[in-house]
Structures are given as C-alpha cells and as structure tokens.
Design a protein around this ligand. Sequence first.
Ligand SMILES: Nc1nc2c(ncn2[C@@H]2O[C@H](COP(=O)(O)OP(=O)(O)OP(=O)(O)O)[C@@H](O)[C@H]2O)c(=O)[nH]1
Ligand SMILES: [Mg+2]
Length: 426
Amino acid sequence: MIENTPRKNKAFIAGVNLNDSNFDYYMTELANLTEAANMEVVGQARQNAEHIVAGTYFGLGKINEIKDMARGLKAKVLILNDELTPVQIRNLEKLTKLRVIDRTELILEIFSKRARTKQAKLQVQLARLQYELPRLHPSENNLDQQRGNGGSTGGGFANRGAGESKLELNRRTIGKQIAIIKNELKEISQQEEIKAKRRNQNNIPKVALVGYTNAGKSTTMNGLLQEFSKHSDKQVFVKNMLFATLDTNVRRIELDNNFSFILSDTVGFISKLPHNLVESFKATLQEVRDADLLINVVDASDPNMIQMIRTTQNVLNEIGIKNTPMITAYNKADKSERNYPQIEGSNILYSATDPKSITTLANLITKRIFVNYKRTRLLLPLSDGKTLSYLHENAQVISENFQNDGIHVTVRLAPEQQNRFSNYIV
Ligand SMILES: Nc1nc2c(ncn2[C@@H]2O[C@H](COP(=O)(O)OP(=O)(O)OP(=O)(O)O)[C@@H](O)[C@H]2O)c(=O)[nH]1
Ligand SMILES: [Mg+2]
C-alpha cells in the first residue's frame, strides 16, 4: 500500500555544551520536539565550550563541520538547543545556507499547531509576537516574508518606503497587535476568574494535575472521571504526543464516601520553556496556583524520569509555586515488571488506565486533602434552612436528621468551618 503522507523536512540538531551534566537530556528533548514539529532528525552535533560565541553561537570550525554533515544528510533545517540572538541566527543562516530554528521558535511552532481554543491561540500568538519583535530586521521588508511567521501576525502591511521606516512601521504594527491580544486575553481571563471565584467560595478542596508533557495527566483525569463522576462523559483529550493539552480543564470528582474535590488538568512542561510562553500562559496556570494539592504525574517508564521530575519542579518555581503539598504519581507502571498500585508515603506507583490504580490514587488524594477535616456533629435550629443548604454546598454532609429539638447533622468540616459553626457543635 502506498501511503500518501507528505515527506517530512529533514533536520539536523546541534548545541553548545557549557559543561552541563544535563546536556544529553536536553538534546534528547530537542530531538523529540523536532519530531513533534513534524520534522525528521537526520543527525546531530555538539560543541563542548567554555562560552557561547557572541556572533555565531558556535565557533567557525564547528559551523563548517555542521554545514558539511548537514549537506551530506540532505538536511534543510538546523535546529539549535538554545534561544539564540537574532544576529546569531542570521549569521548561521548565511554561513550554513540552512534554515535555522532555535529552541524557542521550535516550541512556539508546536504550541501554535496544537492550540485549539481561542484563549490558547491568543496566548501562543502573544508569545510569538513577543519573540518576533526584537527579531525584525530592516532587510526583511515585509512581515509576510518573515521567517516562521506562518501568517500569525496577519501580514498585509502598507508599502511605505524601505529600510528604517519600514522597520519602524512593522514594529509599531506588532506593538499594536500585542496590545490588542493582551486586551482580548484580559477579557477572557476575567470571565475565567468569575468562574474560579465561584469555585473558591465554597470550601471544596482543589487538586491540580501537573507534570512533564505526555506523562499521562489527562489519562489520569479521565480515569478519575470514569470512576467518580456523574459526568464521566466529560472526558478530556488524550494523545501520545507532546503538548496534547494546552488548556485547563476543570471537573468535579465525587467520591463514594461523601467527599468531593475539584480537579484540574493543564498544559504539560518541558525544559527551558520560553519565558514569554510561560508568562502568556499565566491565566491557564491559575488553577495550579490556586490548588490545595498538586499531583505530579511522572512517566515511570521513561529513562529520563529523574530529569523530568526536576524539570517540573523548575517550572513550578518559575510560576511562583513553592509550598503546595504534592503527591508524586509514578504512572505507566503497566510497562514495568513491578507490582502496582503501590503507595509509599506521598508517592504512588500506578497506571492511569487501571481502575484499581485510580481508586488507590483517589484514596491517597482523600487522605492528603482531608487530613485537617473533622467529622463533626451539629445541632441546627429547625428554622435554619440556610445553614443546612450552605453545608450541603460547601461541606461533606454525611447524614441529616430532622427531630423535635432541631436538625441533627453529621458533617466533615474544614478547619475554618469548625470555628465558624462552633456554636452548633454537639
Ligand atoms: N501504557 C500506558 N500508557 C499510558 C498510561 N497513561 C497514559 N498513557 C499514554 O500516554 C500518552 C500520553 O497521555 P496523556 O494523558 O495525553 O498525557 P498528558 O500528560 O496529558 O500529556 P500532555 O497533555 O501532552 O502534556 C497517551 O498515549 C496515553 O494513552 C498508562 O498508565 N500506561
Ligand atoms: Mg494532557
């Protein structure tokens, strides 16, 4: 059978190693990112060096070596392991005659391919414009022709002279677009904030799935929905690819024993995520910031698991999350020989596709989030329907009994609720 798939661009990947013990791992990631951007990695090179060469990233000898190797392998694209300066990119393109893409542009390219919702599209577009702004050059006389632009900036600029004035015009146009997108995003995030506020008002604990991309966060969410939600049909998107999820999905999980919590699933992480991208995804990551408990999902079948855990930790630090309690959830145990599910302290070894694992994970979550909750018996006046309905909305009511002396309620209360209702405690 002849398959009608378009031939992929051949890419050569390379980087400067400044004596970084994680260098090999970063190059593995770079290869995966290149594949995720639908290109084929045909070869790679590295230069061990004390510092980056300011004008050309590599030294000249290395550049010639790469040029020859890439030509031999019929590569059309050179992909580099760091974010480069505009000058470095231009010089390398001249010297190698290859299209040069740095790590940041590569990640932006994947994100823009994956973005589905309006918010995700705008966030990626914003990061992309911010990346392009300092890279405009007088010799590029039209944004339409700009490298890697992919039409995201709209293009179609009036033809007003060449050189500096054209550059100024392009800069101003991009500046204006950035302002417009920021406004649109603000409107969207205000709507999201209203929803989040409503969720925050009640005392239902919030749990967020975080972790390296493709670790199985969305599969874990679907597993929990399947077992513990009336809305098990509201499944989220799962796929074996980097950055399948770019938005935040929020669902309510209702456990059998009257416990419930809010669960969110969001964008995955990778090393050296472009700062602009993290910045423009701040609204998407708000649920992570608001969470009472994080579940760090790790692909335990990946040989680079330890670096992936470190990467997640670094991104969490970058978005300002330091002391949120965390469960480390080692997923894909079905690919190993080990017994699962298995709990050890705050760690669980499990498989997101195994119902027994999901129930064990739910129990661990329950234990962690409700540790300070107390089973309490209250006696409410018969006339106080308001408090009763508050409890139903915001606490975990176990039983209620209308008697002559009042309403007897057994309920699990959060610490602040224990104070608030201390007058009613029997
Ligand atoms: N064998 C096995 N595969 C799994 C397991 N959990 C998830 N996967 C697979 O791993 C791939 C990625 O799963 P997702 O749930 O989309 O991963 P994610 O962490 O949400 O990924 P991003 O949204 O891209 O960050 C899919 O092909 C899943 O079917 C598991 O327990 N065992
Ligand atoms: Mg996902």
